[in-house]
Each structure stands twice: as structure tokens, then as C-alpha cells.
Ligand binder design. Structure first.
Ligand code: ADP
Ligand code: SF4
Length: 588
């Protein structure tokens, strides 16, 4: 079976010479294999196309995909958005008392699956021009577990609660203060109980527009968990949360599941591992198709995902496995210090920050960890010279390139315009292309209007912009947000390799442990009393840094026997107690 996909967001039909049509061998012999829609986009006939792939190669914007799929998928399509549009094969089956995770790259149908399972959209079974009515859809699923599920959803017998992905958009759709929103959903708990559980007490009377990303996430989670539902969907429940809050959120979700059904999309693999019972891996091709594989036990699912190969399906989706070292890297830095700091202090009115003695070396990537609101961003801004310390020594004489935590594209223009305006020569160099543009998948974003980028696309562009600027030090505030697991690993490698190869230094604030493990040579640890005072110490070598940080949040990791990847221990389990008594929270 062969499918053709035209990615409309990539196709720039006004800027090209219609190479797809010009070079298609069938069109040249008079067969109308490719025609054009009213909007001027190519329309490829899947019955006529013989799959030579010439149009795919000729399109300069990578807007066409012609893909051969296994014939057994033929009868399994659940949804297609339109002709030559994205199509989804199979769906995960929610189960009572079980937390089902969904793991897969961005743009592969995870959110679509949530819409179909929650009843927000009805599967069209591929009949996009004349969608079948609900009873026909049910008939299609007759005899399967999905039949019962969809029947209950359509008849209103199954109450649904959904936590959407983009919490930063919440203030645009809901007016008022936190208390108003929570007041509308007091079913499983009241406002006070929710405020306590989700640490929202201090912001109850604050306007939504004044909330941080982490506060918006906790608010969205509270408003979902407060509902009395039979099935809960959580689309990325942990972005913007620190690791302590991530683990807490995972525990809250686990606490729901005894008699409920829960489906979670989560890209922080350490958290997904801790949270989910079973995981459906999704594979496919971004914007073209996605296939849900059968549920695997969470450990196996994450292991095959990191391995890049699905044995039962015989599908390889990454060239090489992602591997972790169970011992810390040796700290052998012979390079000189780039910056040194000693006893810097800053009083911001309600918040006071103290930074200990430390130094960042040339070529070093320093991971910065710690709870939210302990001054990580303030420290980063002091290094960037945006904020001056009140006292102490913090030389912001170095030139800094900075990627802020919250990113948006307000300016008109394409990604190419933005990057060229920042650093034309760098962006055009073969080195930058090989080291940054290719691994971060920027090439086909180049001609997109920056204002139309998705969260993950915008994040990759922001990381690229930061790396393109000429600087001594590169600062990244939460670069993993909205990236899928694969993109996180690529971004971590890219940042670390760029620092090594260009002899610059990087400081990376993040909360995803797998990401931090991959990106960091050493670690700075922040603590204190969130919102009141913060203390930043280090950089320490990885072992000391992880121990210091994880002991503060009271979480230990063991190693997976097969892959050596870190796994969160159950609190008070034998291993948890043993490791705590030895003071080894991360490495054995
Ligand atoms: P994920 O959640 O895995 O990132 P999505 O389910 O959001 O993926 O999207 C899968 C694909 O379907 C993407 O290529 C997206 O552009 C496309 N898509 C999503 N919604 C629509 C829609 N309403 N019309 C056409 N295409 C859509
Ligand atoms: Fe034509 Fe199909 Fe070849 Fe594209 S892949 S050039 S549509 S025959």
C-alpha cells in the first residue's frame, strides 16, 4: 500500500516552479497523476502514482512524502484529515485502573488520538469527504474494546476530563482569577483542597495573565483532576514544572487511577516511566501518518523506544540507540575558566538570591537544576548582564547569548529571515548546517512564517537562534519544553557538541533528568525557599551535583538492568532506602 502526503504548512506554491508536476513522469506522458487544488497546492492521485519519488526529491521545501506502508494496515485507518493529509492507524485502548502512556514524536497523531477517544472528534475511518455517522463508526469497531469505549463516550455514560497541551494559551481563553476557574469544577475536591494539593494557595486571587508557565500547568492540572470523570486525558502534564513537582504530579495522577481510566502523553521519559503502567509507542512520519502499536509494559516500551527499533513490528525509527552511562563522566577539564563568581547577591524586593563560589570553564556545558522560583533565571540574567548584582563578584564581562524560558514569535517574517538577521554568515556555513540546522530539523522550517510555528518548532528555532549568535557563553532556559523525547536527545547532543567544538561555554536550566544527563558536563544546584530566597551553588561534577540536587528533592534513581538508563525508585522501597543511606542518589 502506498500513501502520498502533501504537507501544506511546508508547501510554498507561490515561491516554486511547480517542480512536482513538471518532473512527474506520469504527468509528462499525459496522465493526471498530480493536479492542483483551488489553493494551488498539489493533489497527488494515490491510485495513479507509481511511487518513483521524483516529486519528493524535486520539491525544494520537502513538502511531499510518498511512503510505502505494510498492507496489513489497510483496514486499520481510523482517521484521515483530508486528501493527501495526515492519517492515523489504530488507537490505544483505555483500561480501567490502568495508566496508559503514549510515546512518540511530535506531529504523529497523539493529540488526534486523544480527540478521537475523548469524543471531541469522531473517527472518519478515512472517509473525510463524507464522514460516517456515529453508529456506523461504532459498527466498524463492533466486537472490539474500542466499541464499548466509544459507545459510552457518545451516549454520555462516560464522563471525560482533558488537560490540554498548551497551558500558556489558557489566559487567552479564560478570563478572571485562579479562584474563579477552580470554583467552576469543585466536584472531587473544593478550591481550598485543590489549592493545597497543587500549591496554588499564593496565586488564588491572581489573574491568569499574571501566572508563570508552572503555575498555569498546575492550575490546568487542578481543574482537570477536580472533575468527577470516568476517563482522564493528560496531554503533557509536566512541562514547566520542576522535578519535585513532576514527581508529585505523577503521584496525583497515579492516585486517580484505581477505578478510573487514564491516558497520558509525556515526553519526560523518567516521569513517563514512573507514571505509566503500559505504553503505546507511536511510529510513522511527521505530518503523513502515525501508527499506534500495541500496549507494552512501560519498561519495555521505553527501552525499545531508546533502542530505536520495534522488534514485533520490525520497524527501525532511529539509526542508533540512545545510551546512558551508569558512572559519571570524568571531570578532566584542562581549559581555563571563562567566568568566576564568588558570593554574588541580589535583592529583588520580595526575593533574595545568593550565589556561592564557582567557575565555568571554556568548552564546558553546565546543567542548572533546582526548584522553580529559586533564582535560576535571575542568575542567568545576571550572567547576561541584564541584571546587576548588588554585591559580590559576578563578572558579566563575557558576551552572552540567551534563550529565555518563554518564547514567542511576534515579528513578521520567515524563520530564514529571523536567522539571517541574527547571523547570516554563521547560518550559511557548512559547519552550522551540519552541527545545528540538520540535527535540530530546521531545514524545512526555514520558509515558514515564524508566527505559525508549533511549540516544539518554535523551541528548536529559538535554540538555533541562540546558538547562531556570536558569544562566549550560551544560556538556555528550559530548552526541552514542548520537544518530544527524540528531539530532546538531539537538542542535548547539539548544545553539548557545539560548546566542545567551538570552545564556548553553555549553561542549561532544565528539569528533564534524561536531558540533563545528556547535556551536562557538570551541574549547578539551586535551592532555598521558592519565591523568598534562593541559593545557587556549584558547578559540581556530575556525581556530586546529582547527589546534592536529588537529596534535596528526596528522589533516588536505580539503573535499568538492560539499558543502564536511570529509573526513579519507589519512595521507601528497599533500593530507595539503601541508596539514601549510602548517599548515592543517581550513580551507583
Ligand atoms: P501529535 O499530538 O503527535 O504531535 P497531532 O495529532 O497534533 O500530533 O497531529 C498529527 C498530524 O495531523 C500533524 O501533521 C497535524 O498537522 C495534522 N493535523 C492535526 N489537526 C489537523 C486538522 N484539523 N486538519 C488537518 N490536519 C491536522
Ligand atoms: Fe509522480 Fe508519484 Fe513519481 Fe511523484 S512519486 S513524481 S506523483 S509518479
Amino acid at each position: 500500500m502506498r500513501i502520498a502526503a502533501v504537507l501544506h504548512d511546508r508547501c510554498q506554491n507561490r515561491k516554486c516552479n511547480k517542480e512536482c508536476v513538471k518532473f512527474c513522469p506520469l504527468v509528462r506522458t499525459g496522465v493526471e497523476c498530480i493536479t492542483f487544488t483551488e489553493k494551488g497546492k498539489p493533489l497527488i492521485s494515490e491510485t495513479l502514482c507509481h511511487g518513483c519519488g521524483i516529486c519528493v526529491n524535486k520539491c525544494q521545501f520537502d513538502a511531499i512524502k510518498i511512503i510505502g506502508l505494510a498492507d496489513e494496515l489497510k483496514g486499520e485507518m481510523v482517521h484521515q484529515y483530508g486528501e493527501n493529509s495526515f492519517r492515523l492507524y489504530r488507537l490505544p485502548v483505555p483500561k480501567r485502573g490502568v495508566i496508559t502512556g503514549i510515546l512518540g514524536p511530535n506531529g504523529i497523531g497523539k493529540t488526534t488520538a486523544i480527540k478521537l477517544l475523548s469524543g471531541a472528534e469522531v473517527p472518519n475511518l478515512g472517509r473525510f469527504s463524507a464522514p460516517p455517522p456515529k453508529d456506523e463508526v461504532l459498527e466498524h469497531f463492533a466486537g472490539t474494546e474500542l466499541y464499548d469505549h466509544l459507545k459510552n463516550v457518545y451516549s454520555g455514560n462516560m464522563k471525560v476530563a482533558v488537560k490540554p497541551q498548551y497551558v500558556d494559551k489558557l489566559p487567552q481563553s479564560v478570563n478572571g482569577v485562579v479562584r474563579d476557574l477552580l470554583g467552576r469544577v469543585q466536584e472531587r475536591m473544593n478550591i481550598e483542597e485543590a489549592a493545597e494539593l497543587f500549591e496554588l494557595g499564593e496565586v488564588l486571587d491572581r489573574e491568569l495573565t499574571k501566572l508563570s508557565g508552572g503555575e498555569l500547568q498546575r492550575l490546568a492540572m487542578a481543574a482537570t483532576v477536580m472533575k468527577e470523570a470516568d476517563i482522564y486525558f493528560f496531554d503533557e502534564p509536566t512541562s514547566y514544572l520542576d522535578i519535585y513537582q513532576r514527581v508529585k504530579m505523577a503521584r496525583i495522577i497515579k492516585g486517580l487511577s484505581a477505578d478510573k481510566q487514564v491516558i497520558v502523553i509525556e515526553h519526560d521519559l523518567a516521569i513517563l516511566d514512573y507514571l505509566a503502567d503500559n505504553v503505546n509507542v507511536v511510529y510513522g512520519s511527521e505530518g503523513a501518518y502515525g501508527v499506534f502499536t500495541l500496549a507494552r509494559q512501560v519498561r519495555t516500551a521505553i527501552n525499545v523506544y531508546l533502542d530505536g527499533y520495534l522488534p514485533e513490528e520490525n520497524i527501525r525509527f532511529r539509526d542508533r540507540p540512545i545510551e546512558f552511562d551508569s558512572s559519571p563522566p570524568r571531570a578532566e577539564w584542562n581549559t581555563p575558566d571563562l567566568v568566576e563568581f564568588d558570593g554574588a547577591e541580589k535583592d529583588l524586593g520580595g526575593f533574595k538570591l545568593t550565589i556561592g563560589k564557582g567557575a565555568v570553564k571554556i568548552g564546558e556545558s553546565v546543567g542548572i537544576v533546582g526548584p522553580n522560583a529559586t533564582g535560576k533565571t535571575t542568575f542567568v540574567k545576571m550572567l547576561a548582564g541584564v541584571i546587576k548584582p548588588d554585591k559580590g563578584n559576578l563578572a558579566s564581562v563575557v558576551k552572552v547569548s540567551y534563550k529565555p524560558q518563554y518564547i514567542s514569535a511576534d515579528a513578521e517574517g520567515t524563520v530564514r529571515d529571523l536567522l539571517y538577521a541574527k547571523a547570516y554568515d554563521t547560518v550559511n556555513s557548512g559547519f552550522f548546517e551540519g552541527e545545528v540546522l540538520n540535527p535540530l530539523g530546521i531545514k524545512h522550517l526555514m520558509d515558514k512564517d515564524a508566527r505559525t510555528l508549533s511549540g516544539g518548532e518554535l523551541q528548536r528555532v529559538a535554540i538555533t537562534m541562540c546558538l547562531a549568535a556570536e558569544a562566549d557563553m550560551y544560556l538556555f532556559d528550559e530548552p526541552s519544553a514542548y520537544l518530544d523525547s527524540n528531539q530532546r536527545m538531539n537538542a542535548a547532543r547539539t548544545i553539548r557538541r557545539m560548546m566542545e567544538k567551538t570552545g564556548r561555554s553553555g549553561m542549561i536550566v532544565d528539569h528533564d533528568i534524561y536531558f540533563l544527563d545528556m547535556v551536562s558536563d557538570s551541574m549547578m544546584v539551586f535551592g532555598g525557599e521558592p519565591g523568598h530566597h534562593g541559593i545557587g551553588e556549584g558547578p559540581f561534577d556530575m556525581r556530586d551535583g546529582m547527589n546534592k540536587f536529588l537529596s534535596a528533592v528526596d528522589i533516588t534513581f536505580r539503573r535499568d538492568a538492560d539499558t543502564k538508563r536511570p529509573r526513579i525508585n519507589k519512595s521507601d522501597s528497599r533500593l530507595d532506602k539503601e541508596q539514601k543511606s549510602k548517599g548515592e542518589y543517581y550513580y551507583s
